[in-house]
Design a protein around this ligand. Structure first.
Ligand code: NAI
Length: 387
């Protein structure tokens, strides 16, 4: 099937991601069918979208006609047989392999033989979902980031079974929606959720060792590193239940590679119900008039924290390239546009010097003798070749 402006787009799951993706597809002129197994979700999604779009009119960013057009192209349907008209379907339902497989099996009995099927899963293997399909060659991962209309990145993930041309044609199709698309291998966490792990885990480790407290680590990463948010503020925002689950799943899926080991400190927060902003308490307090401690703004300490976390991130970015999870260019694009890093990690490595990065990794490895700090072979090779 050719994907073009005329393609009717179907979306299963009218939650946070599904509604956002529907908005994007409709804004780009497609007729969109949005379905949810729980009918009460549909009016909720509709009023949510109306609110977001009307705000655009109030701010003068969109005209009323544009907004009316976008809303009129989204059909909120309680009957999934309407998806017979679709040429491209994206699934954004609950992150559960059995429920997803079941949804795709039912969908395959409704859509045309040519219809392309995609999942927005953030942690399940694309191959495992595809095994439910009679025609797995028409299926791939299309991973948007939250909030989908604002975040530029979409990871395109073919499985072993995906038709060889499909990833490229889907990439072009989604790029046409103004998105930055990268190709990622069907491996745990794809690019972003794999490479970003040390942002949280090394910050937690520094905290656990007592090198610095929460506000100081956040201050160093934000004010010295230029990251939009410190790791603890960000974990509080994401929710510790969600963030801990992603880390645990990546760890398990990597056959318990110690590089991805989750932290007890975060596990205890989840157990205590301190889930972050949404529960009013996480690493910080969010109640009315809540007081949080000030950071220690010692520049030398701040630099030490930043560089320890940064080289761990860079090492992980090198690993993603080394293991062909994505090209060097895509890995840098992914981190800048999927999690808003101020620079691509590989470009950042060049800027501070590969020898410097390797020197710091070697020093960490020397100190701890833990596999978590092993320098990546590609990083070592590049330093050797430069010399
Ligand atoms: P959500 O909970 O906001 O929405 C899921 C929707 O799917 C709900 O409206 C629910 O009623 C519906 N649903 C559940 N089972 C269904 C079924 N069998 N058939 C049809 N509809 C069904 O979840 P969210 O956050 O939108 O996540 C959806 C997917 O996107 C998950 O796979 C998640 O891992 C992935 N994702 C989530 C991101 C996030 O930050 N929330 C980011 C990127 C991907």
């Amino acid at each position: 099937m050719t994907l073009d402006k005329e393609t009717v787009v179907g979306i299963i799951g009218a939650g946070t991601m599904g509604a956002g993706i529907a908005q994007i597809a409709s804004t780009n002129g497609h007729e969109v069918y949005l379905y949810d197994a729980y009918a009460e979700q549909l009016p909720k999604a509709k009023s949510g979208l109306e609110k977001i779009l009307n705000r655009q009119v109030e701010k003068g960013r969109m005209s009323q006609e544009e907004v009316d057009g976008i809303l009129s192209r989204i059909h909120f349907v309680e009957d999934i047989t309407e998806f017979g008209k679709c040429g491209f379907v994206i699934e954004a339902i609950v992150e559960n392999i059995d429920i997803k497989k079941d949804a795709f099996q039912r969908l395959e009995g409704i859509v045309s033989k040519e219809c392309i099927l995609a999942s927005n899963t953030s942690s399940l293997s694309i191959a495992s979902i595809s095994s439910a399909l009679k025609k797995p060659e028409r299926f791939l991962g299309v991973h948007f980031f939250n909030p989908a209309p604002l975040m530029k990145l979409v990871e395109i993930i073919p499985s072993v079974a995906t038709d060889s041309d499909l990833a490229q044609s889907t990439k072009e199709f989604i790029s046409g929606w103004g998105k930055i698309t990268v190709l990622a291998k069907d491996t745990p966490g794809f690019i972003v959720n794999r490479v970003a792990r040390p942002f949280y885990s090394e910050a937690l480790r520094i905290l656990e060792e007592g090198v610095a407290d929460v506000p100081t680590i956040d201050w160093a990463m934000k004010e010295i590193g230029g990251f939009r948010m410190g790791p603890f503020k960000l974990m509080d925002l994401i929710g510790h239940d969600v963030n801990y689950e992603v880390t645990s799943s990546v760890f398990k899926e990597f056959y318990y590679d110690p590089r991805f080991k989750p932290s007890f400190t975060q596990k205890r927060l989840v157990e205590a119900g301190w889930l972050g902003r949404k529960s009013g308490k996480g690493f910080y307090n969010y109640g009315e008039g809540a007081k949080n401690p000030d950071p220690n703004t010692d520049k030398e300490l701040g630099e030490e924290i930043l560089h320890r976390i940064l080289v761990m991130l860079i090492n992980e970015a090198f690993d993603a390239v080394f293991m062909n999870i994505g090209s060097a260019e895509d890995v840098d694009l992914a981190m800048q546009n999927g999690v808003n890093y101020p620079k691509g990690l590989l470009a950042w490595a060049e800027e501070i010097g590969l020898e410097n990065v390797l020197g710091r990794m070697n020093a960490l490895y020397e100190e701890y003798q833990e596999d978590r700090y092993r320098p990546n072979p590609l990083l070592k090779r590049m330093v050797r070749e430069k010399q």
